[in-house]
Design a protein around this ligand. Structure first.
Ligand code: 97T
Length: 240
């Protein structure tokens, strides 16, 4: 898979070379490119924003640098399109569709993901409109809170997607058991314990030391359900 990021803060993407994503790059599963949006400006001030038509606070990202960046990275003559790659442009935005584990799994099937990271109050609305004439576009939100820009959202989405690629996680069974995976059927993960069996007056539940696999599985299901009812009632299927 290839990942490209368009941003006015290329330094935000230094963590890509660390940890899991960095190992995937080293092993050849992944290739990444970071593109400074200001490279696609032509004025002396290299401006990427302007005041909003219709008035209002803050600034809006101008369409022209975005148009040139998109032409270069996903346009008809781009390497991506001449190689026939399955490409999607991802635009992190608080007004997007919610990014979930299901969306991460869908995106893990593409050859090429391009993240358009906006700053200020947002990007001129004609940019996603134009981009849809070139490639598939997904406007995605991490959740109901506000960030200063799309960079951190793009990194979070990257990690969620990359860890699903074959060969990135050593033990695929650990993928199946965790929260939000299909095996726990939409429940939060049960509590986990390791040695020592007693620590600072707190004991690991006896059932987990019993070696009784069926009882352990039942205990874990019960705990997952209890935790989900307490913390995430929105995930519990209603009984009506
Ligand atoms: O708040 C944002 C600003 C720019 C780009 C994305 C976001 C955001 O994404 N998920 C939540 C908020």
């Amino acid at each position: 898979m290839r990942l490209d990021y368009i941003t006015i803060f290329p330094e935000y993407f230094a963590p890509l070379n660390a940890s899991l994503v960095g190992k995937a790059i080293d092993s050849g599963i992944l290739a990444t490119g970071v593109h400074d949006l200001r490279q696609y400006t032509h004025d002396v001030h290299r401006s990427v924003d302007d005041t909003p038509f219709g008035g209002g606070a803050g600034m809006v990202m101008k369409p022209e640098p975005w148009g040139e960046a998109l032409d270069a990275i996903v346009g008809p003559d781009s390497q991506s399109q001449t190689q026939g790659e399955r490409t999607v442009l991802i635009i992190p935005t608080p007004s997007g569709i919610r990014f979930t584990q299901q969306v991460a799994a869908e995106l893990a099937d593409y050859d090429h993901l391009v993240f358009a990271c906006g700053r200020y109050e947002g990007i001129d609305a004609r940019v996603p409109q134009y981009a849809r004439t070139l490639v598939e576009v997904r406007e995605l939100s991490l959740g109901d809170y506000v960030l200063n820009g799309g960079e951190v959202a793009a990194l979070a989405m990257t990690e969620a997607i990359v860890r699903l690629l074959p060969g990135v996680i050593g033990n695929p069974a650990s993928l199946a058991e965790e929260s939000h995976s299909e095996e726990l059927a939409g429940l939060l993960e049960y509590p986990l314990y390791t040695k020592p069996a007693s620590w600072r007056g707190m004991d690991v539940p006896d059932i987990l030391l019993s070696g009784h696999h069926a009882k352990i599985a039942q205990w874990r299901r019960d705990k997952a359900e209890e935790l989900t009812r307490d913390r995430r009632p929105d995930l519990v299927p209603s009984s009506d």
